[in-house]
Design a protein around this ligand. Sequence first.
Ligand SMILES: *Cc1c(COP(=O)(O)O)cnc(C)c1O
Length: 400
Amino acid sequence: MEEKMMTAEQWKEQDKQYIAGTYARFPIIAEKGEGAVLTDIDGKQYIDLGAGIGVTAFGYLDPEWKKAVLDQLDKIQHTSNLYYTQPCITLAKMLCERTGMSKVFFSNSGAEANECAIKAARKYAVQKKGAEYTTIITLKESFHGRTLTTLAATGQVHYHDQFQPLTTGFVHGDASDIEQVKGLIRNEKVAGILIECVQGEGGINVLDKEFVQEIARICAQEDIVLLIDEVQTGNGRTGKLYSYMHYGIKPDVVSTAKGLGGGLPIGATMLSEKLRNVFAPGDNGSTFGANPVICAGAVSIISRMDDDFLEQVVKKGDMIRAFLRGKPGVLGVDVLGMMIGVRTERKAINIVKEGMEAGILCLTAKDKVRLLPPLNIPEQDLMRGLEILAEVCGRTDKND
Ligand SMILES: *Cc1c(COP(=O)(O)O)cnc(C)c1O
């Protein structure tokens, strides 16, 4: 059948036929977007409170980002990392200046950024302390990616089933029990500790300041590499450029991805002064990494995330909490900046499904409704989206 004649139902059937069955998709075929509004192929519009899982930080086709991408596309689209290109240098310098980190490795995704972080920690520890210092401690309920190594890092065993054996050398600590984590540190030959300051997929769990600071203190004292996974929390999402900045700590390695490219795939692993020379030629690499078009777009994103912008993110997060708190069917709201988990009486997945019918896109994280709106979402769109969300949360004719 000619594609332009196909109905939405026919496209969905062909997706089921030809696309590997790893996704339980919602019944929308996204066709175009502008700002915080997505339009499907039937012309129905949705206010997007999920931003492609925290990726389209400035919404769909943000004009400045698009111009930066297209200007670069007029010059060159790829060269490999055998040659120098300018956009990745500009981006790396910007990231280092804004974080105090010293060097950056660019890849294409969050999982790859974490793989690089883990490689950095292991190489550092083995060189510094000895060949047996390879263990990485991560936390229960964490999420670090889908590769076999980042799955091993992920502290949710239901992701591990069926893919054994995973990479060895990972143990999982309990974010609510610092003594248990200290026990792991005593009993293992630890290279690094990898944490998300706010667990995203794990349910928008904002870690306690004391817990994170104690981990950082032990890492500094024992020369254990402190790795912060900022794949979801990074790039302005929590109201700071990176979420660790809320905690008054200095990480050794920061990995990020999702929002950095404004919708194009990029991962970045930042290394502190202590690890600036950990990698030598050949230790890591990526054919696509540091793509000039994507890096040029990322420069336009990060350069606009100044103090005023981040203040607005905090303000909007506060607005979201204030609006939803106490609404019928809303049990509570967990917020850091615009990373939001809504605890609801109704099943989160049903709220997402019915919200979609009513014209909003949102996400789940465990049993919460997760909101990761574009950081620059116009207030009017945000309030309209929240009204719809509140209405769905308060429905009494429940299908759950
Ligand atoms: C999404 C996510 C990842 C994995 O990123 P991919 O780009 O899907 O590989 C890793 N860590 C965290 C915290 C994430 O939210």
